[in-house]
Write a protein that binds this ligand. Structure first.
Ligand code: ADP
Ligand code: MG
Ligand code: MG
Length: 895
C-alpha cells in the first residue's frame, strides 16, 4: 500500500524518499519537510500526495482510506502542538494549502484559520486573551472559505470590509476593533447565506474535508490551466495539499508576516530583499491591499520610505531570520523565496522555494555563486533558463533620448516597453491580436489577468509591491513591469488614466522602464543591450560544454553582423528570395519568369547576376571564413507574378512581348496551391538557368572575397524541397558544372559543398538514397511540420488553440518539435543518411532551431548544429550546452 499522507515538523520522521519527491508531495510539501528536517521552525502539518489529487479528479470524492489517513495525521499534529482541532476551549486551527510539483504562484487556492466556528472563536479569544485577533481570524476564514470552497465572489466581502472601515473613518483594517470585527463576521455570514444559498458550515471536520476537496479542484481552475499552458506544465500532474497548524501574524504589533528573497530578485545583488507587514496575515503582503514595508533598513532608506523596516521594528527577529536565510541558501545552493510569519515575537518559516528572478539576476547569481564556491560552472550553465536570456536581449531606453517622466513606481521587472494604454486584460488580448503594442495598466493584477499580461508589452500597476502578483508574474514572463505607481489614477468608466495630473485616454502611447520604475509620456526610443560581464562569462562556460554548433538564419548583412555579435558560428540558412523581392530587382525577376524563350530568360538573369554576387560577397565578408549555407531559390513562382496594371506596364519594352502576351503567360503560371506547386528544386529542374545563375553568383563572390581578404569563404549550397534522390542528382550536376567553370576561369579551387533540406516526408523516408548525392542535410522543420501534419502554418491559428485546450497537442508543433511524428522522421532520416554516408553533416534550420526543448531533441538525435534567428543565438548556445550536460549526466560517470 502506498502512503497517501506524510506528516512533517513537530518531530515527524522525514525518512521516506517519496517525501523529497516533488512529483509526489509537491514543491511546497517537499520543502516544508526539508526545512523541518534541518531544524528550522516550521509549524507541524501533513501533506496529501498528488496521486490523491488525480484520484480525486477521477472520482470526485475523498475516499474512505484517505479520510482515515488524514485523521491519523491530524492526530499527530494535535499531539505535537498540544491543542485539538475543534476544541471549544483552545482550538487548533489549520491552513489548507495547495502545492504542485512546479510552483504556480497564486494560481491555486489556500484557506487559512480553518477550524473556527461560532464556538471555537470564543475559545480562541479566551486562550489568546485577544478578542480582536480571534474575530479578525474568523472574518478572514469566512472570506477565504466562502470564496474558495463555496464560490462566493471575494468582492462581496471586500466591499463589506470597505464599508465597515468607511463607517468608522478608518484607512486600515488593523484599526477595526473586536466589536467591529464581530459585526463584520455576522455580515459575512449573511453574505454567504445570500450568495451561496447555504449557511456557513459550523462542523470543523466538514470544513477540513471540503477545503481539501476545493484545493484539489483548484488544480483544474481556468487560471491554473492557462498558467500551465503558458508555462508548458502538463495538466495531469495534480497538486498536493498541505494541511498545517496555523501560526498568527495578526496577533498584534509583535506579530507580522512577510516574504523575502535571499538575494535581490531584480538585480541578483547579494543582499536579502523582502517586504513585511506588522499585524497581518497570509496574503496581505502580496494582495496589494496594504502597502508592504521594506524588510531592511537599507532598502527603506534607499527608497526614502517612512514606515519602519522589520530590521528596525523587530531587530531580534530580523537577526534570526537573516541566519535562517543564510542557512537556506547554503542548503539549497540557490536563491530562495521564503514566506515567514512572526507570532508574538516567535519566527516561523512557512515556505521556501527557488526564487523567480529576472534574467539579469539569474545570470549574476549563477556567476557569483560560482565565485563563492556554492556551485560549479556546469551548475551555473544548467541554472539559467535559456528563454530567460531573451529578457537581456530586450531593448533598454536610449539614455540620450529626451523623455518626459510623468511619475515613478517600483522597478518590478526590467526592460523598457512602449505601447498604447489598455485598461483590462480582454482589451489587451484583443488589441495585441490585431498587432498593436499595448501596455496593460491596472490598479493591481489578479490571476484572471494572466492572458492580458502575456499579450501586453509591459505592465503598469498603481498598487502592490515587488512581490505583488503583477511583479512576480511579469518577471516570470519577461515582461517589463512598473508596480505600485500611486500617482497613476485609473478611471474605468471614462476609460482614461491620469498620471500625475496628465490625463491620457486608453489607446494613448506611454513608455515604462521596468528597471528604474519610470513612467513616461509617448514613445521613447530604445537601445540594444550590452553582452558583457556575467552574460559573457556564462556564455563562455556554455560554449565550453556544448557539443552542437550554433549557426544563424540570416540573409541580410545586418542580421549576419548581429548574429556574429551573439556568437553565431556560421549561417545555417540564408534565404535568397528576399534578394529577388527588392524593388529594383523584381522587374528583372518578372521578366525572367515571363520570358518566352531561353534567350529572353538569360537576358533577365544576366541583369540579376551582379546584384546577387554583391549580396553574397557582403555575407561572406562578414562571416569571415565561417560556413554559410545558402538555399537556392525556393518560393513558388506564383509569388513573383505581377498583379496590377502598373506591374505589367513596368515590364513593357520596345520589341519585347506585348501586354496581352505577358498577361496570358502570367495567367498560365497562376497556381491553385502554390505551396505544393512550382517551387523549390522543381524550379531548378524546369528552369536550370535560375539555379545556374545563383550558383555562379555564389562561386564568383567566393572567389572575389578570397582574392580580396585572403581567407576563403565556405559556401554550402542547399537545394530545397527535394523529394527524390534523382532531383538532387540532376541539380547537383548542374551546380558542380558551374563551380568547375567559375573556378577554372579564376584559377582557384575553393572548398564548397552541396546538400539538401529535408522538408518532405518522402525525403526523410528515402534519406539513404538522397544521402548518396548530399554533403549535408538540413532539417527544414517548418515545412517538414506542415507536410507531415498536413497543416498549413499560416492557417493553423483558427484551430490550434482548441487543439491545445483539448490536449491534442501539448505544444504548438510549429514552436516545439512534434517529437513523436516529425521527430521520428528526423531521427529516421539522420540514421538512414549517416548509414549511407559517414561524413554527412546534419543540422536544423527551422524555427525550432531556437527552441530549447527542440534543441534538446536535436542533441538526442546527434545533429551537428542548430541554426536560429540572430536574437535566439545566445538562447540556442545555452540550450545546446544544457542538452550536452544533461546527456552526459544521464549517461552517468561511465560515459
Ligand atoms: P501560495 O502557494 O499562493 O503562496 P500558500 O499556501 O503559501 O499559498 O499560502 C499563502 C500564505 O498563507 C502564506 O504565504 C502564509 O503567509 C499564509 N499561511 C499559509 N500557511 C500558514 C500557516 N500555517 N500559518 C500562518 N499562515 C499561513
Ligand atoms: Mg495562494
Ligand atoms: Mg506561498
Amino acid at each position: 500500500m502506498v502512503q497517501t499522507v506524510y506528516n512533517f515538523g513537530g518531530g515527524a520522521e522525514h525518512g521516506d524518499p517519496r517525501q523529497k519527491d516533488k512529483t509526489v508531495v509537491g514543491g511546497k510539501g517537499a520543502n516544508l519537510a526539508e526545512m523541518a528536517s534541518i531544524g528550522l521552525p516550521v509549524p507541524p502539518g501533513f501533506t496529501i500526495t498528488t496521486e490523491e489529487c488525480r484520484r480525486f479528479s477521477a472520482s470526485g470524492v475523498l475516499h474512505a482510506e484517505l479520510r482515515e489517513a488524514i485523521a491519523a495525521a491530524l492526530e499527530r499534529v494535535e499531539t505535537s502542538v498540544g491543542r485539538r482541532f475543534g476544541d471549544t476551549a483552545n482550538p487548533l486551527l489549520l491552513s489548507v494549502r495547495s502545492g504542485a510539483a512546479q510552483s504556480m504562484p497564486g494560481m491555486m487556492d489556500t484557506v487559512l484559520n480553518l477550524g473556527l466556528n461560532d464556538d471555537t472563536v470564543r475559545g480562541l479569544a479566551g486562550a489568546s486573551a485577544n478578542e480582536r485577533f480571534a474575530w479578525d481570524s474568523y472574518r478572514r476564514f469566512i472570506q477565504m472559505y466562502g470564496d474558495v470552497v463555496m464560490g462566493v465572489d471575494h468582492g462581496c466581502f471586500e466591499e463589506a470590509l470597505e464599508i465597515a472601515k468607511e463607517e468608522r473613518g478608518f484607512l486600515n483594517d488593523t484599526e477595526l476593533d473586536a466589536g467591529d470585527l464581530r459585526a463584520l463576521v455576522d455580515t459575512y455570514k449573511d453574505i454567504v447565506r445570500r450568495e451561496a444559498g447555504a449557511p456557513f458550515p459550523q462542523d470543523v471536520h466538514e470544513q477540513l474535508a471540503e477545503a481539501i476537496a476545493a484545493v484539489f479542484r483548484s488544480w483544474n481552475s481556468e487560471r491554473a490551466r492557462i498558467y500551465r499552458r503558458l508555462n508548458a506544465i502538463a495538466d495531469d500532474c495534480g497538486t498536493a495539499v498541505n494541511v498545517q497548524a496555523m501560526v498568527f501574524g495578526n496577533r498584534g504589533e509583535n506579530s507580522a508576516t512577510g516574504v523575502v528573497f535571499t538575494r535581490d530578485p531584480a538585480t541578483g545583488e547579494r543582499t536579502a530583499y523582502g517586504e513585511w507587514l506588522p499585524n497581518a496575515q497570509g496574503e496581505d503582503v502580496v494582495a496589494g491591499i496594504r502597502t508592504p514595508q521594506y524588510l531592511t533598513r537599507r532598502h527603506r532608506e534607499r527608497a526614502g520610505a517612512k514606515a519602519p523596516s522589520m530590521e528596525e521594528a523587530l531587530p531580534r527577529v530580523h537577526a534570526e531570520l537573516t541566519r535562517y536565510l543564510d542557512l537556506l541558501e547554503r542548503h539549497y545552493r540557490d536563491m530562495q523565496d521564503v514566506e515567514f510569519t512572526v507570532e508574538e515575537g516567535d519566527l516561523y518559516l512557512l515556505q521556501t522555494r527557488s526564487g523567480k528572478r529576472t534574467a539579469a539576476a539569474a545570470l549574476r547569481m549563477a556567476v557569483d555563486m560560482v565565485a563563492e564556491g556554492l556551485i560549479n560552472e556546469e551548475d551555473a550553465v544548467l541554472r539559467v533558463e535559456p528563454m530567460a536570456l531573451d529578457q537581456l536581449l530586450h531593448p533598454t531606453l536610449d539614455p540620450d533620448a529626451s523623455r518626459e517622466v510623468l511619475c515613478r513606481g517600483l522597478p518590478a521587472s526590467p526592460g523598457a516597453a512602449t505601447g498604447r494604454i489598455v485598461l483590462d486584460a480582454a482589451t489587451a488580448e484583443a488589441w495585441a491580436a490585431r498587432g498593436e503594442h499595448v501596455l496593460l495598466c491596472r490598479t493591481e493584477t489578479s490571476p484572471e489577468d494572466i492572458g492580458g499580461m502575456h499579450a501586453a508589452r509591459g505592465i503598469l500597476t498603481t498598487r502592490g509591491g515587488m512581490t505583488s502578483h503583477a511583479a512576480v508574474v511579469a518577471r516570470g514572463m519577461g515582461r517589463p513591469c512598473v508596480c505600485g505607481a500611486s500617482d497613476v489614477v485609473i478611471d474605468m468608466a471614462a476609460r482614461s488614466v491620469t498620471i500625475a495630473g496628465h490625463r491620457l485616454a486608453e489607446g494613448d502611447a506611454i513608455t515604462i522602464d521596468g528597471s528604474s520604475g519610470e513612467v513616461m509620456a509617448g514613445t521613447v526610443p530604445t537601445r540594444e543591450p550590452e553582452l558583457t560581464g556575467a552574460f559573457g562569462d556564462l556564455m563562455l562556460w556554455a560554449d565550453r560544454h556544448r557539443r552542437m554548433r550554433v549557426r544563424t538564419n540570416a540573409e541580410t548583412p545586418d542580421d549576419c553582423a548581429a548574429a556574429r555579435r551573439f556568437g553565431a558560428e556560421g549561417v545555417g540558412l540564408c534565404r535568397t528570395e528576399h534578394m529577388f523581392f527588392q524593388p529594383d530587382r523584381i522587374r528583372a525577376v518578372r521578366r525572367m519568369i515571363l520570358a518566352g524563350s531561353a534567350a529572353e530568360r538569360d537576358a533577365a538573369l544576366d541583369a540579376l547576376l551582379p546584384a546577387q554576387r554583391a549580396d553574397f560577397a557582403r555575407i561572406f565578408e562578414i562571416m569571415a571564413g565561417l560556413p554559410c549555407t545558402i538555399r537556392l531559390l525556393d518560393p513558388p513562382l506564383h509569388e513573383f507574378l505581377p498583379h496590377s496594371d502598373a506591374d505589367f506596364d513596368d515590364l513593357l519594352e520596345p520589341g519585347g512581348p506585348s501586354r496581352e502576351t505577358l498577361m496570358r503567360r502570367a495567367a498560365e503560371l497562376r497556381e491553385v496551391n502554390p505551396m505544393l506547386g512550382h517551387r523549390g528544386c522543381r524550379l531548378g529542374i524546369t528552369y536550370p538557368e535560375i539555379y545556374a545563375m545563383q550558383a555562379r553568383a555564389i562561386f564568383e563572390a567566393a572567389c572575389d572575397v578570397a582574392d580580396a581578404t585572403g581567407s576563403a569563404p565556405v559556401p554550402e549550397l542547399m537545394i530545397p524541397l527535394v523529394a527524390t534522390a534523382a532531383e538532387l542528382a540532376i541539380v547537383r550536376d548542374k551546380v558542380e558544372a558551374v563551380a568547375r567553370e567559375v573556378m577554372a576561369g579564376r584559377g582557384r579551387a575553393l572548398p564548397y559543398s552541396v546538400g539538401t533540406m529535408i522538408e518532405l516526408p518522402r525525403a526523410a523516408l528515402t534519406a539513404d538514397a538522397i544521402a548518396a548525392h548530399a554533403d549535408f542535410f538540413s532539417f527544414g522543420t517548418n515545412d517538414l511540420t506542415q507536410t507531415t501534419l498536413g497543416i498549413s502554418r499560416d492557417d493553423a491559428g483558427s484551430f490550434i488553440h482548441t487543439y491545445l485546450d483539448q490536449g491534442i497537442f501539448t505544444r504548438d508543433p510549429f514552436v516545439g518539435i512534434d517529437r513523436d511524428g516529425v521527430g521520428r522522421l528526423i531521427r529516421m532520416a539522420a540514421e538512414l543518411g549517416r548509414g549511407a554516408s559517414a561524413t554527412l553533416k546534419l543540422g536544423i534550420c527551422g524555427e525550432h532551431g531556437g527552441d530549447p526543448d527542440s534543441i534538446a531533441f536535436c542533441e538526442e538525435v546527434g545533429l551537428d548544429y542548430v541554426s536560429a534567428s540572430p536574437y535566439r543565438v545566445p538562447i540556442a548556445r545555452l540550450a545546446a550546452a544544457q542538452a550536452s550536460l544533461r546527456a552526459r549526466r544521464s549517461a552517468g560517470p561511465a560515459a
